[in-house]
Design a protein around this ligand. Structure first.
Ligand code: ADP
Ligand code: MG
Length: 696
């Protein structure tokens, strides 16, 4: 770390300030505040304007103001609730101060003729504008007490820390700042000018003590340049850390893999359809990366059913034709299984040997598979996370494909890099559901992005309805009718607990209930507790039409593909997240028949449950659903637990500040070019101990 940082104000511990004992320091530490710079970055939530007195006649309803006047009337009134009403008058008008709780002393002090100054919010009340429980002080005592010189900051706080304490603490820091003790401005002036941003000291002084006359609306909208300066610095630091990560992944070269024209033609000629324009576009983006000799780091987004698997298969061929191995990892066993079956049908006719590896593959079978992977006999290796465990050694891994569903963290991708021998394998990440744009731009800034923005022809949008559990009977009759008609259906059981065995139990009970009620319907049951072979058998039977109704837990959420299934019932959809619901619904609407999705909810619905169900009824567009999901749940949740750390920002808030990300991309580039030495300190300042990806 450069010497200048060691002596800077920012990195001094808060205990250097006066009046900070151990207990207090502990409280601050709980808020993540250890150094003075942490304090400085602890920005006010909002501000009050106590810098000037507003004439009573100029008050606006629903806004905060300081007023001053003489008491003309003070009465206890007995309405619905007893209250003390005080009429206050200045030269311009009168207003009522109303107290529902008051002491006798208070009542006695607020005497007619007394002058007081109040601070509070003016609201419309019984008698015109009223202030409810305003702060007030007697002006006679403090004759001509000055108003505040700056706006009054309100800090985010924790129990036992008053605003007064915060202000006193900040006053000390500001005193140092004003006296010129430097906080390191890591961003040089030439990088600030293009965005008209103030320097750090200026920005901090402004935000902790905005001058009288500062625009409160601008501040509230997070639009003031001082705010932007800090928000952008934090976003920049996060972005730079991802770029560092990317650079690290690309240190070693990757094999050059030209397009495998022969294998490609063979595969395509086997298929009953041709690739969509969108699939071809994304394929060619991937092929360019693969041929470059630099490890590909590419994210493919596409809505459920857009045909990501084929794109993955075509990319795999490029590696396979050059004699390299390909690994395909799926988040769940059932999906990995399905990929295995798919790829087997596609690749075996091309003479490509496949291997299957999951956590549940044990003993001799495991040993044999590991050997085949290590000696290069197995070319296309498909499995779950088990693929990337330490004991799995590849002979010459050229491409790793991850079908991820937000579950595969960046640090895991780093470990994947280690699976290459002397070079790094290319990485292709496919998301199971679309990611909102702002999240993709921030959380996946280390990846190039391709979007499959077109569904294969002939799909009809799924018709979604929400029905109360009380009408369960009716739904069962509907299934009966559909199945008699040759259609197939899913019945999805959900549980709150993340327990596979409880979930399995619930599904078993439901399957029995349905069988009793619908004796003529062929019912199958699939859940996470079944053996892989049992699961595979049931899925095959369903696919072949030997089962009419498949009762399932959410294990079928990702990837399962049975085009003839056109009806889906989701029990208690209110328990699931939006992207999960969308993913589930994506299991129907894959064939040409009109499909229906019934959300069988349990009333009463909570606020979020209602919003989610409404969103499901409103749209089948995965990108729109992802945006709504982000609005409802916030970034951390949308990205999944593994990556929540990623989105823990101190000042920036992707929901409000996401629009800045285009600038950030450009800024990060400028920073790397013009001020490479500040990259590490910036990342250190904002990500600190949380540096997420191993080495930064
Ligand atoms: P996802 O993007 O959700 O992973 P899949 O790759 O599972 O989608 O594809 C969904 C279904 O669409 C599969 O049955 C697949 O065979 C089929 N499919 C893929 N591409 C096309 C295409 N170009 N035309 C018609 N059907 C296609
Ligand atoms: Mg898929």
């Amino acid at each position: 770390m450069p010497a200048i940082l060691e002596h800077s104000l920012g990195l001094a511990p808060v205990t250097e300030l006066k009046n900070i004992g151990d207990k207090f320091a502990e409280k601050l530490a709980k808020l993540g505040i250890q150094h003075i710079q942490d304090l400085l970055f602890h920005l006010p939530l909002r501000y009050q304007d106590r810098t000037r007195i507003t004439p009573i006649g100029a008050l606006h309803p629903n806004s905060d103001a300081v007023i001053e006047g003489e008491i003309r009337l003070a009465d206890v009134v007995f309405g619905k609730r007893r209250s003390l009403a005080v009429r206050l008058q200045d030269g311009t008008g009168t207003v009522t101060l109303r107290f529902y709780h008051f002491t006798a002393a208070q009542k006695n002090n607020l005497k007619i003729g007394t002058r007081i100054r109040c601070y509070g919010e003016a609201r419309r009340g019984k008698s015109g504008l009223e202030f409810y429980h305003p702060e007030y002080k007697f002006v006679d005592d403090l004759s001509a007490a000055p108003t505040e010189e700056t706006l009054t900051p309100i800090y985010p706080s924790t129990e036992g820390l008053t605003q007064a304490r915060w202000r006193q603490l900040m006053d000390q820091v500001i005193h140092h700042l004003k006296r010129g003790r430097a906080i390191d401005d890591l961003i040089p002036a030439e990088l600030l000018t293009p965005f008209s941003l103030p320097d750090l000291r200026q920005a901090l002084l402004y935000l902790h003590r905005p001058p009288a006359g500062a625009d409160l609306f601008e501040l509230e909208a997070r639009q003031h340049p001082a705010q932007k300066r800090l928000i952008m610095e934090e976003l920049l630091a996060h972005h730079l850390s991802l770029l560092k990560m990317r650079a690290e992944m690309q240190i070693d070269p990757a094999p050059k893999l030209p397009t495998a024209n022969q294998l490609r033609d063979k595969l395509l000629s086997q298929l009953p359809f041709s690739p969509t324009g969108a699939q071809l576009k994304v394929e060619s983006e991937i092929q360019t990366d693969l041929a470059s000799g630099v490890p590909m780091l590419r994210l493919v987004q596409g809505d459920v059913g857009s045909g990501k698997t084929l794109v993955a298969a075509l990319s795999a061929l490029s590696a396979l034709e050059q004699g390299f191995q390909v690994a395909l990892m799926a988040p769940t066993e059932i999906l990995a299984e399905q990929h295995f079956i798919n790829f087997k049908t596609w690749f075996e006719p091309l003479g490509i040997s496949l291997a299957w590896l999951a956590g549940k593959v044990k003993g001799k079978a495991r040993e044999a598979t590991l050997n085949a992977i290590a000696n290069g006999e197995a070319k296309m290796v498909i499995g779950t996370h088990a693929l990337f465990q330490k004991d799995v050694e590849f002979s010459n891994l050229g491409l790793a494909i991850i079908d991820e569903q937000h579950r595969f963290g960046v640090h895991q991708r780093l470990s994947l890099k280690e699976k290459g021998k002397g070079f790094s394998p290319h990485q292709l990440i496919m998301t199971a559901t679309p990611i909102p744009r702002t999240l993709a731009m921030s959380a996946y800034a280390d990846l190039d992005t391709s979007i499959i923005d077109e569904l294969p022809p002939g799909r009809t949008p799924v018709n979604t309805v929400a029905i109360d559990q009380q009408r369960r009977e009716q739904i069962m009759s509907r299934i009966q009718a559909a199945c008699t008609d040759g259609k197939q259906a899913y019945w999805v059981c959900t549980l709150i607990e993340e327990s596979e065995s409880l979930e399995a139990q619930a599904a078993e009970v439901t399957a029995q209930e349905l069988q009793t009620r619908l004796p003529d319907v062929k019912i199958g049951l699939v859940h996470g507790r079944l053996k892989p072979q049992e699961k595979a058998d049931i899925m095959t039977a369903f696919k072949q039409g030997d089962i009419d109704l498949l009762v399932a837990t959410t294990v079928i959420e990702v990837g399962v593909d049975v085009p003839n299934a056109s009806l889906m019932i989701i029990e208690n959809p209110e328990r699931l997240g939006l992207s999960q619901l969308h993913q589930l619904r994506g299991r129907v609407g894959r064939g040409t028949a009109e499909s229906h999705c019934v959300l069988l909810y349990q009333s009463p619905l909570g606020q979020q449950g209602k919003q989610r169900i409404q969103a499901m009824r409103d749209t089948t567009d995965g990108f729109k659903i992802a945006e709504i999901d982000l609005e409802i749940r916030g970034p951390g949740e949308v990205l999944g637990t593994r990556q929540t750390g990623l989105m823990q920002m101190r000042i920036a808030d992707l929901q409000h500040d996401g629009y800045l990300l285009n600038d950030i991309k450009q800024w990060a580039h400028m920073c790397q070019q013009q001020a490479p030495s500040v990259v590490d300190p910036l990342v250190q300042r904002w990500l600190g101990e949380n540096v997420r990806y191993g080495q930064v």
